[in-house]
Design a protein around this ligand. Structure first.
Ligand code: NDP
Ligand code: MG
Length: 381
């Protein structure tokens, strides 16, 4: 029986992870769970899975939850997230919180020698060098949950990294893939949240519309697979059937395919290196799909992808700024305070003003993350 610590249990990935656990009760049990503030969603999950540790974002939520349900211990904040991960009985930490808030818990989980299944890509974007260094030092497995990275991980199984010519990451194109740049000026939040292929949390859905999600994934791939940016290629593939591919030096290209359902990569991360049945997922029916399409990525149309490559190549603290500026700008867009195109303008501005630190330590990263968010927010004044 594997004991799971689940961070972000009330979110899109969190709920789908619990669905996997529900279907494999003999294999997995939920040892601890953390969420932010969504008590309504959390209470039935706590009643069903009976975790030993529950963590919430703040004291107010802690008090509300105490009044609603009889639990021995409700922890709070980033200290609570860490407690949920490092408890002796935990075998796997599945980190599915949204944003760089997941960084410290990821690092502590690694130090405690827990296997980490990582959905929280912002952790690798903001501090990939620290996370990978720690994983190497403590000999800990980092298993990708992001569908593209899970695909690549599966394709690389049994292969040698020196035989890889390039990674080919597929992008669905997000909600505005058929709009020209001139048509993006007046788009509203609800349109941006309407993703053609995947149902996900709000922030990543906006990231898909700006194509920043693919940029974050390029950086995520750079760190996870220890591969230079020149060997990471992105193509537009509308159907989200091929989740990503690897081209080897002999020109052989191997892909992983499936219906778009995050429970597949989530479960693979939890069962690795084994596989288990996943009956609730629809089988891939290629006869029904009939055709798959591929298009070249347009870096002028999607400047966020260009900025992510540039920040990644520049390295150091640039990706910390990229991530923090993006998180704050997307939040401001979701609050209705800025327009869609202002997201990319604010990120570009932060990147152009930043004085890069070559190899920032954790305190430098946390400080740059905070000041970048404050600066982006200050544009409202
Ligand atoms: P959601 O917004 O749906 O969920 C985020 C979760 O994190 C919620 O449970 C939320 O709690 C919790 N949370 C947020 N802030 C805190 C905090 N300070 N302390 C504790 N918990 C917190 O996001 P997604 O599930 O869509 O995405 C999660 C991560 O997975 C992101 O990094 C995303 O990029 C990545 N990912 C997601 C995919 C998807 O299909 N959704 C695909 C690939 C990657 P609450 O709502 O209760 O406040
Ligand atoms: Mg993805």
């Amino acid at each position: 029986m594997k004991q799971i610590a689940l961070l972000g249990a009330t979110g899109s990935i969190g709920v789908q992870t619990l669905d996997v656990l529900r279907n494999h009760k003999d294999e997995f049990s939920l040892y601890s769970m953390a969420f932010g503030r969504n008590i309504e969603k959390a209470i039935p999950l706590i009643r069903e899975f009976r975790p030993k540790i529950v963590v919430v974002q703040d004291e107010e939520t802690q008090q509300k939850l105490t009044g609603e349900i009889d639990l021995p211990d409700i922890l709070i904040g980033s200290g609570g997230l860490i407690e949920a991960c490092v408890a002796d009985d935990v075998d796997i930490v599945l980190n599915a919180v949204m944003g760089s808030v997941g960084l410290s818990a990821t690092l502590k989980a690694i130090e405690a020698k827990k296997t980490v299944a990582l959905a929280n890509k912002e952790t690798l974007v903001t501090a990939g060098h620290l996370v990978m260094e720690a994983a190497k030092k403590h000999n800990v497995k980092l298993l990708p949950v992001d569908s593209e990275h899970s695909a690549i991980y599966q394709v690389l199984n049994g292969e040698k990294m020196e035989d890889v010519h390039k990674l080919i990451i597929t992008a669905s194109g997000g909600s505005f893939r058929d709009k020209k740049r001139s048509e993006l000026e007046g788009v509203i939040v609800d349109d941006a949240l309407n993703h053609p292929n995947w149902s996900m949390g709000a922030k990543i859905t906006i990231d898909s519309a700006t194509m920043m999600n693919k940029g974050l994934e390029v950086i995520e791939a750079h760190w996870l697979f220890n591969i230079p940016y020149d060997q990471i290629h992105v193509i537009l593939h509308r159907e989200s059937v091929i989740h990503s591919m690897v081209e080897y030096i002999d020109r052989s290209v191997i892909a992983q395919l499936g219906t778009p359902d995050m429970r597949v990569p989530i479960q693979y991360a939890l069962t690795y290196p084994d596989r288990m049945e996943l009956p609730m997922t629809k089988q891939l029916d290629l006869e029904e799909i009939a055709a798959l399409h591929f298009e070249k990525m347009d870096f002028e149309r999607f400047p966020c992808l260009r900025m992510a490559y540039e920040a990644g190549r520049a390295g150091g603290s640039m990706t910390t700024v990229l991530n923090a500026a993006n998180e704050e700008a997307v939040q401001m867009f979701l609050e209705g305070k800025i327009s869609f195109l202002e997201i990319e303008r604010l990120i570009e501005k932060e990147l152009s003003q930043h004085d890069k630190i070559h190899s920032p330590d954790l305190s430098a990263i946390l400080s740059i993350d905070k000041t970048t968010r404050e600066r982006v927010r200050s544009h409202l004044n």
